[in-house]
Ligand binder design. Structure first.
Ligand SMILES: *Cc1c(COP(=O)(O)O)cnc(C)c1O
Length: 438
């Protein structure tokens, strides 16, 4: 093995063009999308209805509604739970912004709870301290495809009479004690965005088993018209609505992908196992583990840098940025998704979602958003990185090559100037409005 890192001018480990992009498409995708195109029912059509039925059957839900995005489906969850302006919703301090903004869009108030450090999901032990007389729901996120520990959360919800919403946007096919993500709470949202395990360009799915929740969610789909999208319209808005129903072309694509999702999950899990085997002994690298209570879907292979083990005394996120830069140079698709925790997001930190301090102002909310109150979320966001490329049709041989590149970087990290690399990464991040925490 060459010990000269690619970032220092050495040969790169993974040749360009070797990693297949996501998602894989086949003649089936082409045929189904083309049939929709030629069918001339491109707005709401038969593929939308069929996708709802097929996904509900695959996942084990009674009802499913197909919409434009996972974010839209999350907002439907808030409305389906009959939450109203000023109600408080508990949200993990680290997630995609939609988990919190879906709450704000319904004029409800997100109340953050720190994550547990191992899988970066909401820490059940910290939920009760965040409950107030205004709390109405808990938004659970199964982050990176690893289910949150649901039993204690359901127990808290029962005792405090709270609704449980699952943000399952990254968790298609993940299981908690043999129960599928999206079948455990009162309702759930899945995303069909290109990067997700079920991918159709864009899209979202709302699921529930409760007919009352279904009808409240449906009311938001189409201009506040309460009836099914295919019923004869009477051009009347019965309530506040959006225009977030899905379209037939994308639904056809999603149906074609759904036929292969079990193979996708199986492959990702196998490649995760290869990485865990190959990288078990790498000093300074903390590998993701699977909780005893869960089966993950292989969505994200989430690693952490262990600065102390690597003998680096600077800020851990400097080390993380240097590692990611060095991995990228080797051709290993390493990336950091979100570097900020939710309470740091400007829309939330400035308490100004809908102008003039709304919705906090009119409800006199003084909920605390100081990032220092969420140390586990800060630590996670400053030390993690994701290794990509571990999905179908990429195979075990490729996974071994990626692992080889990771080993090379960690074993030779002493040959690079971490602070200099981090500063250079910082410049490009800074241009995108992000600054290192030190
Ligand atoms: C992707 C994602 C969303 C939003 O899904 P979109 O389809 O992009 O709107 C929400 N929550 C989490 C955790 C996600 O990863």
């Amino acid at each position: 093995m060459s010990t000269s890192l690619a970032i220092c001018g050495g040969p790169r480990t993974v040749p360009e063009g070797l990693i297949a992009p996501w998602p894989p498409t086949t003649p089936l995708d082409e045929e189904m999308v083309l049939r929709s195109l030629r069918g001339h029912k491109h707005a709401w059509g038969d593929n939308c209805e069929a996708l709802q039925e097929e996904f509900a059957r695959w996942n084990g839900n009674r009802y499913c509604l197909a919409v434009t995005s996972g974010t839209a489906a999350l907002q439907m969850c808030i409305a389906a739970c009959d939450l109203s302006a000023g109600d408080e919703v508990i949200v993990p301090a680290y997630s995609w912004t939609s988990s919190a903004t879906a709450v704000l869009h319904q004029k409800c108030i997100p109340v953050f709870v720190d994550i547990e450090p191992r899988w970066a999901n909401i820490d059940p032990d910290r939920i009760e301290a965040a409950i107030t007389p205004r709390t109405r729901a808990i938004m659970v996120v199964h982050l990176h495809g690893v289910p949150a520990d649901m039993d204690p959360i359901l127990d808290i919800a029962r005792r405090h009479d709270l609704m449980v919403i699952e943000d399952a946007c990254q968790a298609h096919g993940s299981c908690y004690r043999n129960r599928r993500a999206g079948t455990i709470g009162h309702c759930a949202a899945f995303s069909l965005n290109q990067n997700k395990m079920l991918s159709a360009g864009e899209g979202g799915l709302f699921v529930t088993d409760d007919p009352q929740l279904l009808e409240r969610a449906r009311a938001m789909m189409l201009f506040g018209d309460f009836r099914k999208p295919l019923d004869d319209p009477d051009y009347h808005s019965y309530g506040m609505g959006w225009m977030i129903r899905y379209n037939d072309l994308c639904a056809a694509y999603a149906r074609a992908q759904l036929r292969r999702i079990d193979d996708y999950i199986d492959r990702a899990r196998r490649l995760f196992a290869v990485m865990r085997r190959e990288l078990a002994e790498v000093r300074g690298l903390i590998l993701p583990s699977e909780p005893a209570y869960a089966t993950e879907n292989g969505y994200n292979f989430v690693c952490h840098v262990d600065a102390a083990a690597m003998g680096y005394g600077g800020p851990p996120n400097f080390l993380r940025e240097a590692v990611v830069s060095a991995l990228s140079a080797e051709g290993v698709p390493a990336m950091v998704w979100q570097r900020r925790i939710l309470p740091e997001m400007a829309a939330i930190a400035a308490r100004n979602a809908y102008g003039r301090g709304s919705p906090w102002r009119e409800h006199g909310s003084t909920v605390a958003y100081d990032p220092a109150g969420f140390p586990a979320a800060l630590h996670h966001s400053g030390t993690y990185f994701i290794i990509g490329g571990l999905r179908y049709p990429n195979d075990e041989k490729l996974a071994r090559l990626l692992a080889h590149g990771v080993r090379k970087v960690f074993e030779n990290i002493g040959t690079i100037d971490i602070d200099d690399l981090a500063r250079r990464a910082d410049v490009s991040m800074y241009e995108r409005g992000w600054k290192f925490r030190t």
